[in-house]
Design a protein around this ligand. Structure first.
Ligand code: ATP
Length: 326
């Protein structure tokens, strides 16, 4: 059913970009138009909101973008948005275009900013969780995670080829300063021998006997997946392999390749579902909510349920890797 004159709605990306944001932008334009909303893009996050980089969007802006990583409207962090005077400026810019609804693709920091903005200026907002770290409380899935995991999987598969051919240990470092989700899931799904993440304390000594024994019994290589947030640098883990286990070792820091790339099917689909739900919510009277995904269903959560709470890694995943290991 086509509805008419539901007003103007904008979307912006804030914080780290992820693959799947472009799919979200495409569906935003298509579904907003179908709902009788006039869609607008805010370029370059809250910075663009302050600098009036707000433009009406149409189908022609979103042709062919679904397969591209990153975000075609840019993303940013904004120190200025922390100040009330700049948020006032942002409100004035939205008023000029008669925009009273805003969708924000970002992390919990962006949602905190929008919650404040809503309370000050009554711009209704819906947050869509987007971060490859998958560490937003209240949702089991954040946009971009599956693409990042696919990138890591491909890298680990390639590294295993050379590790096994040359009888080496490889220490592969993933992103995740405070959250080991990417490293843990990647270790599980690539059969890594070692996984080190900030959430699980470790003592390398405890692995020495079994790794030495495996090597003596003919093990051809080791894969260690470590999160950038652990207490030691990856090079120290490689040195440990050489000194204590007796196998030549190398380090690969995957870095920003994890943030980009052709969006995985799951991220394209989740992008559509998140945005669809966000628009439905804004039209249905949700003013200050985050779209979350739990047990196979989307739902709305308040900022209190999402921000300012310490994220906990899924303990069943932790057990799956760490149980029955030294
Ligand atoms: P990422 O996963 O990339 O860290 P994030 O949304 O958590 O995403 P932040 O850098 O924490 O990223 O926040 C993004 C922006 O949100 C900040 O640059 C700032 O403009 C705004 N913001 C964050 N917290 C607040 C706040 N308390 N008040 C106003 N604005 C805020």
């Amino acid at each position: 059913m086509i509805h008419k004159n539901h007003g103007n709605i904008a979307i912006l990306c804030s914080g780290g970009d992820v693959s799947g944001m472009n799919a979200a932008l495409k569906h935003f334009v298509e579904y907003a138009l179908l709902c009788g909303l006039k869609p607008y893009f805010v370029y370059n996050g809250f910075e663009g909101l302050i600098d009036d980089e707000i433009q009406e969007a149409s189908y022609k802006d979103v042709h062919g973008i679904i397969a591209r990583g990153g975000t075609m409207i840019g993303s940013a962090r904004s120190k200025r948005f922390l100040e009330a005077a700049y948020r006032q400026k942002a409100k004035e810019n939205l008023d000029k275009q008669h925009i009273d609804k805003l969708i924000v693709l970002g992390g919990d920091g962006s949602f905190r900013g929008m919650d404040l903005f809503y309370k000050e200026h009554a711009i209704a907002f819906a947050g869509v969780p987007a971060t490859i770290d998958n560490d937003i409380v209240g949702t089991e899935y954040c946009l971009g995670v599956d693409t990042a995991l696919s990138v890591i999987k491909s890298a680990l598969d390639n590294i295993r080829d050379t590790a096994s051919s040359f009888k080496r240990a490889f220490v592969v470092e993933t992103m995740g300063r405070e959250c080991g989700y990417l490293a843990l899931v990647s270790a599980l799904t690539s059969g890594a021998e070692l996984c080190l993440i900030p959430e699980v304390s470790y003592d390398l000594k405890e692995y020495e006997q079994s790794f030495q024994k495996e090597l003596a019994q003919g093990r051809g290589y080791f894969l260690a997946v470590v999160s950038e947030g652990i207490k030691e640098e990856s090079i120290m883990i490689a040195k440990w392999f050489e000194k204590k286990i007796g196998i030549e070792a190398r380090v690969d820091v995957l870095g920003h390749i994890q943030r980009g790339g052709n969006p995985a099917v799951r991220d394209r689909l989740m992008a559509y579902q998140f945005v669809h739900f966000a628009i439905d919510g804004l039209l249905g009277g949700q003013n200050d909510a985050i779209v979350c995904y739990n047990n196979g269903y989307l739902n709305y959560k308040s900022i209190k349920e999402v921000a300012n709470i310490q994220y906990q890694l899924d303990s069943t995943l932790v057990d799956l890797f760490f149980q029955n290991r030294p």
